[in-house]
Design a protein around this ligand. Structure first.
Ligand code: SF4
Length: 236
C-alpha cells in the first residue's frame, strides 16, 4: 500500500495565514476595519469571513452536552462496566463526563446500571427527583431496561415504568464502549439533532405497531406487506 503524505493547509479564513504577506494583508484590513475605512463589499466580505451567528439555546445545548456530570450511583453488576468508562482505557473524559458527582444536586445524568428491585425503585425515583433540571437518564443493561433475566415479582420490569428514560443501552452487561455509544447518542439528543431510530435509518416498516395497538387496531398497508414478506422469507 502506498502512503501519500499531504500537507494540510488552512482552508478557512479564520485559520492561520499561509504566508507573511497574507498575514500583513490581514493586519492592514483589520486596521482599516477598526478605523472605519472599510466600506461596501469589502466590509460585507470581512464580516462574513469572521462572524458566526447562532442562537443562545444552541450554545447552551453544546455546553450542556459536553459537560455532563453523571451521578455516582450503581445498582448491580452493570455498575462495574460503568465505572470502567472513567478509566484511561475507555476515557469518558474525552466527552466531558468524567466527573461523577456524589450528590444528586450536582448531577445531571442518572445511569441506571443494573436491576432495579421493587424496594429500590422509590429510592431511585427520589434521587432522580432531587437532581436539578435539565437532567437525563440512561438505562444501562437488560435488567434496568426490561427486567432482564429476573422475570419475577421482586424486580421492576423496565425502569421507564417509574421514571423517564432517555436512552436504553442493551446488553448483559453492556461493555463500556456500548455505554459510551449510548452516551454519545444522548449528547446528540441534547444538542438537538438525535440519531434517527433504526426504522428511519433503514426505511423499515415493522409489524409491532399494530400488534401493540390491541385487538381493535388495523395494520397499515405497508405493515401488511412487510409482514407478508417476512413470512415468505421464513417459508411460513
Ligand atoms: S444486565 Fe446483566 S450485568 Fe447488568 S445488572 Fe443485569 S445481570 Fe447484571
Amino acid at each position: 500500500m502506498e502512503i501519500e503524505r499531504i500537507k494540510v493547509t488552512p482552508e478557512t479564513p479564520l485559520e492561520q495565514p499561509s504566508s507573511p504577506e497574507e498575514f500583513r494583508a490581514r493586519q492592514l484590513k483589520a486596521r482599516d476595519m477598526l478605523r472605519g475605512d472599510l466600506e461596501g463589499a469589502d466590509l460585507d466580505a470581512y464580516v462574513e469571513e469572521r462572524v458566526m451567528t447562532t442562537t443562545l439555546e444552541k450554545v447552551l445545548n453544546v455546553a450542556r452536552a459536553n459537560s455532563i456530570f453523571p451521578a455516582t450511583f450503581g445498582l448491580a453488576c452493570c455498575a462495574i462496566e460503568m465505572m470502567s468508562t472513567v478509566s484511561p482505557r475507555y476515557d469518558i473524559a474525552r466527552f466531558g463526563a468524567e466527573a461523577f458527582r456524589a450528590s444528586p444536586r450536582q448531577a445531571d445524568l442518572l445511569i441506571l446500571s443494573g436491576r432495579v428491585s421493587i424496594k429500590m425503585a422509590p429510592v431511585v425515583r427520589r434521587i432522580y427527583d432531587q437532581m436539578l433540571e435539565p437532567k437525563w437518564s440512561i438505562s444501562m443493561g437488560a435488567c434496568s431496561s426490561s427486567g432482564g433475566m429476573f422475570a419475577n415479582y421482586a424486580v421492576v420490569q423496565g425502569a421507564d415504568r417509574f421514571m423517564p428514560v432517555d436512552v436504553h443501552v442493551p446488553g448483559c452487561p453492556p461493555r463500556p464502549e456500548a455505554l459510551i455509544y449510548g452516551f454519545n447518542k444522548l449528547q446528540r439528543m441534547i444538542m438537538g439533532h438525535p440519531d434517527p431510530g433504526w426504522r428511519a435509518r433503514y426505511n423499515a416498516t415493522g409489524t409491532e405497531e399494530w400488534a401493540r395497538g390491541g385487538a381493535g387496531s388495523k395494520p397499515s398497508p405497508e405493515a401488511v406487506e412487510a409482514y407478508r414478506k417476512a413470512r415468505e422469507a421464513l417459508g411460513a
